[in-house]
Design a protein around this ligand. Structure first.
Ligand code: NDP
Length: 250
C-alpha cells in the first residue's frame, strides 16, 4: 500500500549495515531491523559477540551477516562494505553508530583518549561515508544514519572532546545532505541510554558521576525504534534529525 503522505513506492526489504553492532544501541538496532525483515550486516571489533548476535537473529527468522570491523581503519571499513555487497548485491542503509566516550576534564590531558574519540566517533563516520558513497551514487539511492548525541547539541564539563566529535558529526551530516539529492541523511541524537558506553571512561570521578546519571537512562531499543522509523519512511521523505532522550533528562 502506498504511504498516505507520498507517491513513492512502499518500504521494501533493505540491506542495512550497522557499525558498533556488538552491544548497546547497535545491537538493539540490529535486532529491531532484522525483526522488521531487513538484512542486517553487523560490524564491530568483538567478532565473537557479532557471531552470537547473528545466530540469535537467524534463530528468530531474521537475516544477519557478521563481519569484524575496526572503523578507524579505512581498509577494514571497505572490506565490511564489500562483504555486504558480495552477500546482498546492494547497500540501502549505513548506520554509523560505533562510538567511544572516555570523558574527562581537558586539564587531565588524556590526549590519547581525545585522539581515540576523534578516530572512532568522527574519522570512523567519515570512513563509513567514503566506503558507501560510490555504491549509493551508482544505485541512485541510499540512506546514511549517523548516531550523534545530545552532546552534539550542547557542551558539558568533561565532555568537551566527545561533544566536539558529535557536533562535527551533525555538521558533516548536514553538508552531506545538502550535497546530494539522491541520498537520505538522518542524524539521531540519543540522550542517556543503557549500554556499555560508560565502560570506556577511565577517569574515576567522571565514571562515578556518569554512573549516577544513568539511573534515568532509556533502553537501547528506544534508539533502535527511531532508526526503524527513519528508514521506514517513503523514499522521498528524508527524516533529518531525531532527538531521543529520557523524559526525566534535563
Ligand atoms: P556501547 O559501548 O554499548 O557500543 C559502542 C559500540 O561501538 C560497540 O559495539 C563497540 O564494539 C563499537 N566500537 C567501538 N570502537 C570501535 C571501532 N574502533 N571499530 C568498530 N566498532 C567500534 O555504547 P552505545 O551503544 O551507547 O554507543 C553507540 C553510539 O551511541 C555511540 O556513537 C555513542 O556515542 C552514541 N550515544 C550513546 C549514548 C548513551 O547514553 N549510551 C548517548 C548518546 C549517544 P567493539 O568494542 O566490539 O568494537
Amino acid at each position: 500500500m502506498t504511504h498516505p503522505l507520498s507517491t513513492a513506492a512502499p518500504e521494501t526489504v533493505k540491506t542495512v549495515l550497522i557499525t558498533g553492532a556488538s552491544s548497546g544501541i547497535g545491537e538493539a538496532t540490529a535486532r529491531r531491523l532484522a525483526a522488521a525483515g531487513h538484512h542486517v550486516v553487523l560490524g564491530a571489533r568483538r567478532a565473537g559477540r557479532l557471531a552470537t548476535l547473528a545466530k540469535d537473529i537467524e534463530a528468530a527468522g531474521g537475516s544477519a551477516l557478521p563481519h569484524a570491523l575496526d572503523v578507524t581503519d579505512p581498509l577494514s571499513m571497505r572490506a565490511f562494505v564489500q562483504a555486504a555487497l558480495d552477500q546482498y548485491g546492494r547497500i540501502d542503509v549505513l548506520v554509523n553508530n560505533a562510538g567511544v566516550m572516555p570523558l574527562s576534564r581537558l586539564d587531565a590531558l588524556r590526549t590519547d583518549e581525545w585522539d581515540r574519540m576523534i578516530d572512532v566517533n568522527l574519522r570512523g563516520v567519515l570512513h563509513g561515508i567514503a566506503a558507501v558513497l560510490p555504491t549509493m551514487t551508482s544505485q541512485g539511492a541510499g540512506h546514511i544514519v549517523n548516531i550523534a548525541s545530545v552532546s552534539g547539541l550542547r557542551v558539558d564539563p568533561t565532555a568537551a572532546v566527545y561533544s566536539a566529535t558529535k557536533h562535527a558529526v551533525r555538521a558533516l551530516s548536514e553538508g552531506l545532505r545538502q550535497e546530494s539529492r539522491h541520498l537520505r541523511v538522518t542524524v539521531i541524537s540519543p540522550g542517556l541510554t543503557r549500554s556499555e558506553l560508560a565502560d570506556t571512561i577511565a577517569d574515576q570521578d567522571t565514571k562515578d558521576a556518569v554512573a549516577g546519571q544513568m539511573a534515568i537512562a532509556i533502553p537501547a531499543a528506544a534508539i533502535g525504534e527511531a532508526v526503524h522509523y527513519a528508514i521506514g519512511q517513503p523514499s522521498d521523505v528524508d527524516v533529518n534529525e531525531l532527538v531521543v532522550r529520557p523524559a526525566a533528562q534535563g
